[in-house]
Design a protein around this ligand. Structure first.
Ligand code: NAD
Length: 300
């Protein structure tokens, strides 16, 4: 039996729930929690009405923190969202206060599973989840640059006319403005992508990947489907014990959460891949680390 609890039934939480219902997954129970209880109840009712046409049989209900006691995964998508012009880092103070109460309540239930964090600023919120929960840091997974990596793979697939499934390229570092593309390791099939693109083309793709969220928020007010599918992909990696490689925000030896490609299975983060970055990429990775560290040191 696998059980998921979603805390925060907004755009992100519900896009994830809708992905769970519509793609084959190994989930038996889904519980929705929101500070707005009526919203959680309405969402549960609406989702239940998809079940006759879903490939899955899931018991869905609105609940409370007691439901976390035997959950396999608690997904954290509660909190303030980016307003137009606001960076992800601007959200830290509001979301720290919200997470302190949420994570404490989850732990008081006796929860012993894996936290999957989507709330921004993502790397800091993953650290905050680890700090307030006190659990094994490999059982706190931030969605990190899984979404930015998906955006990159989509854009490269369009540019090179190759299925995104055969594009092996990663966005690393902060889930935010200092993220970078590890071009030196990017492949289509077995062929290095870096040699196929000019510097200008790479720059253009980098800007598109980095600024996608701002563009989408300007046009529709939030981003939701991409992150919903990333959450589903990470959920499947955990529940199916897949040892799948996904770029997620993971605890590192310096005590920060930052994105690198990781192997994910039933126990959470099994290992972080030892990536051979070139000198320029190492500099960008260190810059991202510094920014995340400053946010944590100055804001929490
Ligand atoms: P939203 O405003 O639609 O939903 C947030 C939900 O959290 C609301 O339903 C609200 O009632 C609930 N909430 C607030 N405080 C709560 C509390 N104390 N307890 C329980 N529920 C509470 O926002 P959204 O668009 O779903 O975005 C949620 C978060 O996800 C934001 O921080 C956003 O920036 C982030 N996000 C992350 C990614 C990513 O790649 N990781 C992508 C998109 C959005």
């Amino acid at each position: 039996m696998s059980k998921i609890v979603i805390i925060g039934c907004g755009n992100v939480g519900m896009s994830y729930a809708y992905s769970l219902i519509n793609q084959k997954c190994n989930v038996d129970e889904l519980v929705l929690i929101d500070k707005n209880k009526e919203k959680a109840e309405g969402e549960a009712m609406d989702l239940n009405h998809s079940l006759p046409y879903s490939p899955n049989t899931i018991n869905i209900k609105a609940g409370d923190y007691k439901d976390c006691s035997n959950a396999d995964i608690v997904v954290l998508s509660a909190g303030a969202n980016q307003e137009v012009g606001e960076t992800r880092l601007d959200l830290i103070h509001k979301n720290d206060i919200i997470f302190k109460s949420i994570v404490t309540s989850v732990m008081e239930s006796g929860f012993n599973g894996i936290f999957l964090v989507a709330t921004n600023p993502l790397d800091a919120m993953s650290y905050i989840t680890y700090k307030y929960s006190g659990i094994n840091p490999n059982k706190v997974i931030g969605t990190g640059t899984s979404l930015d990596t998906a955006r990159l793979r989509y854009m490269l697939s369009k540019k090179l006319n190759i299925s995104p499934k055969n594009v092996h390229a990663y966005v690393m570092g902060e889930h935010g403005d200092s993220e970078f593309i590890a071009w030196s390791t990017a492949l289509i099939g077995t062929i290095n992508i870096s040699d196929k693109l000019t510097l200008e083309e790479k720059k253009e793709i980098e800007i598109h990947v980095r600024d996608s969220a701002y563009d989408i928020i300007k046009k529709k007010g939030n981003t939701s489907y991409g992150i919903g599918t990333c959450l589903l992909t990470i959920t499947n990696a955990i529940l199916n014990d897949e040892n799948a490689i996904i770029t997620v925000s993971a605890y590192d030896e310096e005590g920060l959460y930052i994105s690198i490609p990781c192997v994910i299975n039933r126990n959470g983060i099994k290992e972080k891949l030892d990536i051979n970055l070139n000198n320029d990429e190492e500099v960008l990775f260190e810059k991202s680390k510094k920014i995340i560290k400053e946010v944590i040191d100055n804001s929490i």
